[in-house]
Design a protein around this ligand. Structure first.
Ligand SMILES: Cc1cc2nc3c(=O)[nH]c(=O)nc-3n(C[C@H](O)[C@H](O)[C@H](O)COP(=O)(O)O)c2cc1C
Length: 184
């Protein structure tokens, strides 16, 4: 079982990266093969809306999304992490999501090359865990539409300084347990 962690936080070693890595640590402990990609370390341009990928399955832009897409196709489970920025996912995360357009054929069939699960890791400054729940529920609906199976969510609240999440042992434990579950 291969588990790919994708971190959509631009901040190096911040709360979101720590949360994604914690999920991966649980997955690895349960026997999974893991890989971590940080979108901000990669060059992934905006989708330009040409629509060519829908017919061909390939993107006309050849940047680091080629590698992300290939790695995604080689994985059984994706863990997608994002901080909440302006009540939504980060720009890095959204650009990645737009570039997944190539997953769908013109008939809206999925080009995923096998069953794939996806789990989410969110961090937010707001201490209210319910605040963005309707948004998370909504934005995750994209992924079953693309062919993924939803497999869980971990959320850290009240995280501002880079180390804040380290004081939230229960959240870290939930992340680790989710990772263990994802790897089997
Ligand atoms: C540009 C920006 C916008 C943000 N918008 C929100 C927001 O709308 N709601 C919220 O709860 N936190 C918001 N935050 C706080 C981050 O979500 C929070 O600190 C998060 O844990 C940062 O993740 P990181 O440590 O991986 O960078 C924002 C932070 C930044 C930098």
């Amino acid at each position: 079982m291969k588990i790919l962690g994708i971190d959509g936080s631009p901040r190096k070693d911040g709360n979101t990266e720590k949360l994604v890595r914690r999920i991966l640590a649980g997955a690895e402990a349960a026997g999974g093969r893991i890989e971590f990609l940080k979108l901000a370390d990669l060059t992934i341009d905006y989708c330009m809306g040409c629509g060519a990928c829908r017919a061909t399955g390939d993107c006309v832009m050849h940047d680091d999304m080629d590698r992300v897409y290939d790695t995604l196709q080689q994985s059984d489970v994706i863990v997608l992490g994002s901080p909440v920025y302006a009540w939504q996912v980060s720009g890095n995360t959204k650009v990645f999501m737009d570039r997944l357009c190539r997953v769908l054929t013109p008939q809206y069939e999925s080009r995923l090359n096998g069953p794939k699960k996806i789990a989410f890791a969110y961090t937010q400054g707001n201490p209210d865990a319910e605040k963005f729940k309707p948004y998370f529920d909504y934005q995750e609906k994209l992924f079953p539409f693309l062919g993924f199976t939803l497999a869980g969510r971990v959320q850290a609240t009240g995280t501002r300084a880079k180390e804040d999440i380290l004081a939230q042992q229960e959240t870290l434990d939930r992340a680790y347990s989710l990772g263990q579950k994802l790897a089997v």
